[in-house]
Write a protein that binds this ligand. Structure first.
Ligand code: ADP
Ligand code: MG
Length: 367
């Protein structure tokens, strides 16, 4: 039994704007699921409908085995953490965390036990007397999380909880949220626009665009087997390289492009790409699958192209090479010792086993 089931939910705010478009999602017990996508794609609206803060235009929501469409937010067994923390400024940390328990009539003893336990888990036991204004951003975020965990809900909902923190703090809190999930083993749904957060936190990631879930799978599957060009380009940094060329036949084989930019397609992709002979397709390849020929063991004339290395970005452990051939530009990720000169000519090898092909009009993955 899923902890949260969302069945065909749609949210239409006005006739011109469909915020959430027929979304289906099942979240398993103890699962950590991340909704990720660009701003405005419907992530918050989806979460807010689950929380009971918005009413779906259509569709059903189950929490546990209970249909909750008509259950008010306060009676749903969930706790939500928001981007802006929403702490009560006049209350100290203890009272902020205790508030929801007091409302629900818990005894003083139970409240103290739960607040102290949560404060201990989150490393804020020494801050219980402080007011929110006396806390750093990271500490406030911990209090906001603490306020959710004291309730021991069936499900936690997080809406961009780290967006107000600086980059370093964000990375630190990300690890803390991972640890928290391991410790308390509760189902979590987490919304972010940041694909790195999604990859590092999620057991599964649901990638949303224009109110729809395009793909929901493990981080490795969405990275390695994206269902379309949008997912392929959204997940991963730097983004996947894309180039468009015709599929042609040569020497009994299939090639992507011709002349200065010609790459032989591997045999296992023939039965899909032979429908595209003479037509354009989009090739996608990640930066780590393009190699400097000097350091590649598998170079052949069929997977090698002569490029101009326009810029080299030195990162220490690795370098980004900004390469171009004719109208195509793409990025290769190479080892730190592999440092060609900017402006030089560089032969690079494409790992053709690792390329993806997309239909240029539908943008669906072909192979
Ligand atoms: N209360 C509202 N009234 C009207 N339109 C809204 C409201 N809330 C959100 N929207 C619209 O719905 C779409 C999805 O918004 P939202 O769920 O907040 O996206 P996200 O969280 O992914 O950035 C956006 O186009 C947004 O402008
Ligand atoms: Mg949002």
């Amino acid at each position: 039994m899923s902890q949260v089931s969302v069945k065909n939910i749609t949210k239409i705010y006005s006739s011109s704007s469909v915020a959430v478009d027929n979304v289906n999602l099942g979240v398993e017990n103890r699962e950590f699921i991340v909704l990720v996508g660009p701003s405005g794609c419907g992530k918050s609206t989806t979460l807010r409908m689950i929380a009971g803060l918005e009413t779906p235009t259509k569709g059903d929501i189950y929490i546990g085995d209970k249909l909750v469409n008509d259950v008010p937010a306060k009676d749903r067994d969930i706790a939500m953490v928001f981007q802006n923390y929403a702490l009560y400024p006049h209350m100290n940390v203890y009272d902020n965390m205790a508030f929801a328990l007091k409302l629900r009539g818990y005894s003083r003893y139970d409240i103290e036990k739960r607040v102290k336990e949560a404060a201990h888990i989150l490393g804020i036991a020494k801050l219980l007397e402080r007011k929110p204004r006396q806390l750093s951003g990271g500490e406030r975020q911990r209090v906001a999380v603490g306020r959710a965990i004291v309730r021991k809900p069936l499900v936690f909902l997080f809406d961009e909880p780290l967006s107000n923190l600086d980059a370093k703090m964000r990375v630190q809190m990300r690890t803390e949220i991972n640890k928290l999930h391991l410790k308390i083993q509760t189902t979590m749904m987490y919304v972010t626009h940041d694909q790195v957060e999604a990859m590092t936190l999620g057991d599964r990631i649901a990638i949303m665009k224009d109110g729809k879930i395009l793909q929901c799978d493990t981080p490795l599957n969405v990275y390695g087997k994206p269902v379309n060009k949008f997912v392929a380009g959204f997940i991963g940094s730097p983004p996947m390289n894309f180039m468009e060329e015709k599929i042609i036949t040569k020497n009994g084989g299939l090639y992507f492009g011709r002349d200065a930019f010609s790459l032989k397609v591997v045999d296992r992709m023939y039965n899909i790409l032979d429908k595209y002979i003479g037509k354009k397709v989009v090739l996608g390849i990640r930066a780590e699958n393009i190699f400097d020929k000097l350091f590649a063991s598998n170079a052949t004339p069929d997977n090698t192209v002569r490029t101009t290395c326009d810029v080299v970005e030195t990162m220490g452990s690795h370098n980004y090479l900004y390469l171009s051939v004719g109208k195509h530009t793409f990025i290769a990720l190479v080892e730190g010792y592999n440092k060609p000169l900017s402006g030089s000519t560089l032969e690079v090898v494409f790992d053709m086993e690792r390329v993806h092909f997309f239909d240029p009009s539908t943008e669906e993955t072909l192979v």
